[in-house]
Design a protein around this ligand. Sequence first.
Ligand SMILES: NC(=O)c1ccc[n+]([C@@H]2O[C@H](COP(=O)([O-])OP(=O)(O)OC[C@H]3O[C@@H](n4cnc5c(N)ncnc54)[C@H](OP(=O)(O)O)[C@@H]3O)[C@@H](O)[C@H]2O)c1
Length: 245
Amino acid sequence: MSDPELRIGLFGRGRLAAAIVEAAQSAGTPLAWQVGRDEVPGGPADVAIDASVAGAVEAHLDWALATGTDLVIGTTGWSMPGLGARVGGRIGVLSASNFSLAVALMARLATVLGRFAALDPARDPYLFEHHHRLKADAPSGTAKTLAAALLAGCPRKTEWTLGPAEPHQLSVGVLRAGAEFGTHTVGLDAPAEVVELTHRARSRAPFAEGALGAARWLRGRKGCFTMDDLAREVLDPLFNFGGTP
Ligand SMILES: NC(=O)c1ccc[n+]([C@@H]2O[C@H](COP(=O)([O-])OP(=O)(O)OC[C@H]3O[C@@H](n4cnc5c(N)ncnc54)[C@H](OP(=O)(O)O)[C@@H]3O)[C@@H](O)[C@H]2O)c1
């Protein structure tokens, strides 16, 4: 969707940032500025997108608060206790480990899968992810989001762990090899059957286009949001099986 009125700034000059630049050009939404390490934003923006490194996110949030600029955080591997209180109602902040709407759908289905596993202890849920060999964090932010969604549906599983798991843990598998953009599988292994749901990105385009969509959605909103807030409008009607529109 073209929106020449929206001024977008971009933190980062890596792979995701390059895909966002390309998507912005295709959408007719030129970037106001793009900065890398040790560079300073060159002017105002309505929304800034962070596609950098975990260690830089806090400084970018401080910049956004100081300048009153809404901030979309796509960078993963960071945590900031008290983020909501820090942001207050001063600006809008949307953080997303994955900007794909299909992954937001998968998170909801992961909760349903968890609920199905909760009905029978013999149904053992699991999660697996594969990314390119240069990805810094493991498991991926998306894997953590999907794990949280699955755990929310299955009370006997209280946390995730890498590799071998205790009965109360969800086993998560991680592979780092090659050039894979990102594959995530949530599954359920039962004695006589297996259910698996896989999302595979064919390029960074869904993340880049999703980041621009998130920037458009966030503009003018105040407070902290996630992709789920954005996706709710589209996804909620898909889970209505009651026959009423
Ligand atoms: N939300 C999503 O949908 C999604 C999708 C894909 C990736 N991601 C996440 O996005 C982040 C970036 O991924 P990537 O593959 O693009 O990584 P990348 O190729 O390593 O790019 C990171 C870039 O950030 C730069 N940088 C470092 N410090 C900075 C600073 N203080 N200010 C601005 N830029 C700085 C790095 O510069 P130097 O090279 O000089 O260090 C590098 O150009 C990762 O956390 C990744 O997990 C999210």
